[in-house]
Design a protein around this ligand. Structure first.
Ligand SMILES: Nc1ncnc2c1ncn2[C@@H]1O[C@H](COP(=O)(O)OP(=O)(O)OP(=O)(O)O)[C@@H](O)[C@H]1O
Ligand SMILES: [Mg+2]
Length: 336
């Protein structure tokens, strides 16, 4: 079963963690994709536990998915019968949570008689940038999220070569932990960003991580330790935020630019929750490289990015997924 008429309206679902995301994308005959709707229900039940409770996440997805899908269809001004394809995240993520979106997506595709595409969560994050630009390989992709800080070289469509990754925390995780330490709240990224505007970046010394490395790895444990020591010595939260944000941004940009040069890539795609960071966007804009970021509300987990990954699969002529496709907790994207 494949798509035979254009424009193709693809519904995308992401339930990999604690956000129930459903989005709709329209793929035009010229290959361009446009986001028609993007609805995310962010679960709040986990706040009292200080971390995501997998079983509760699954149950909340079950309760919400139908309503979020209805809201996305209403936002796009479409009926369910207007859909020509369905995509859903199959991994990586919490298996119980993934299964909700995956089974719902397969069921919907089956009921409508349209093709179904299982999507990789990180491929979704990368394709979120296709909302802003025609994303064509080759390019370098920096995925900076709550669970990943990965650099992929993408020499051809669908081919991902891992060129660097974090040795300890993910960038978003470091923002979250330092925000918690400084009493700035959760999620830490936006809280740090906002506090940093009021702080002095030179007040707390943050050393550049992995100085002199030949490769393109990341590490945030040194910045975390520096923040902890400064906090114990009485540093102001806004100064901690300003110093950490500047150091993290400089490190991310410098490493990415070195990798782009080594791989001979002129375009860099920056995606994942941390790609929402204002200072990071400004630093890439000033760097001279062609940096492409996801559109508004498409940085953190959402369904539209999965619909965009589905659109890319259709555009590349990929076969739809088998309905036997399962959910996987661990699924490396790199295939080389
Ligand atoms: N403005 C911002 N600046 C920095 N970090 C941010 C900003 N906005 C969000 N973040 C961070 O993004 C992270 C969430 O991103 P995302 O939803 O992509 O991650 P995830 O889905 O939890 O992880 P993964 O995709 O790796 O499984 C959080 O750690 C949050 O602090
Ligand atoms: Mg994510």
């Amino acid at each position: 079963m494949s798509v035979s008429r254009f424009p193709v309206r693809i519904l995308g679902i992401d339930t990999s963690c604690d956000d129930t995301g459903v989005g709709i994308v329209e793929l035009a005959p010229d290959g361009s994709a446009r986001v028609l709707a993007n609805r995310v229900w962010s679960q709040t039940v986990h706040a009292q536990y200080g971390g995501v409770m997998p079983e509760l996440a699954s149950r909340e997805h079950v309760e919400r998915i139908d309503r979020v899908t209805g809201d996305a269809l209403a936002e796009a001004g479409l009926e369910v019968n207007d859909l020509e394809a369905v995509a859903a995240t199959s991994g990586p993520g919490l298996v119980g949570a993934l299964l909700v979106g995956l089974m719902y997506g397969k069921g919907l595709a089956q009921a409508l008689g349209v093709p179904f595409y299982a999507a990789h969560h990180l491929e979704g994050h990368i394709f979120a940038a296709a909302s802003e630009a025609d994303l064509k390989a080759p390019y370098l992709a920096l995925v900076v999220s709550g669970g990943h800080t990965h650099l992929f070289d993408v020499p051809r469509e669908g081919e991902y070569v891992l060129v660097g990754a974090t040795r300890d925390d993910a960038a978003g995780e470091a923002f979250d932990k330092i925000a918690r330490l400084a009493g700035l709240g959760y999620p830490g990224g936006p809280a740090i960003s906002e506090a940093a505007l009021r702080g002095a970046p030179d007040a707390v010394p943050f050393k550049e991580p992995l100085q002199g490395q030949k490769g393109f790895d990341f590490s945030f444990s040194g910045l975390k330790t520096a923040a902890l020591l400064a906090h114990k010595a009485g540093a102001k939260p806004e100064d901690l935020a300003a110093g950490f944000e500047r150091a993290a941004v400089r490190f991310l940009v410098k490493t990415t630019l070195r990798a782009a040069q080594a791989c001979g890539r002129e375009t860099v795609v920056v995606s994942g929750g941390v790609a929402a960071n204002r200072a990071l966007r400004e630093a890439f804009a000033a760097s001279g490289v062609r940096a492409v970021f996801p559109g508004k509300d498409l940085n953190t987990d959402n369904g539209a990015m999965i619909a965009l990954a589905g659109a890319a699969a259709i555009r590349a002529g990929r076969e739809p997924s088998a309905l036997s496709e399962g959910a996987v907790a661990y699924a490396p994207l790199a295939n080389a």
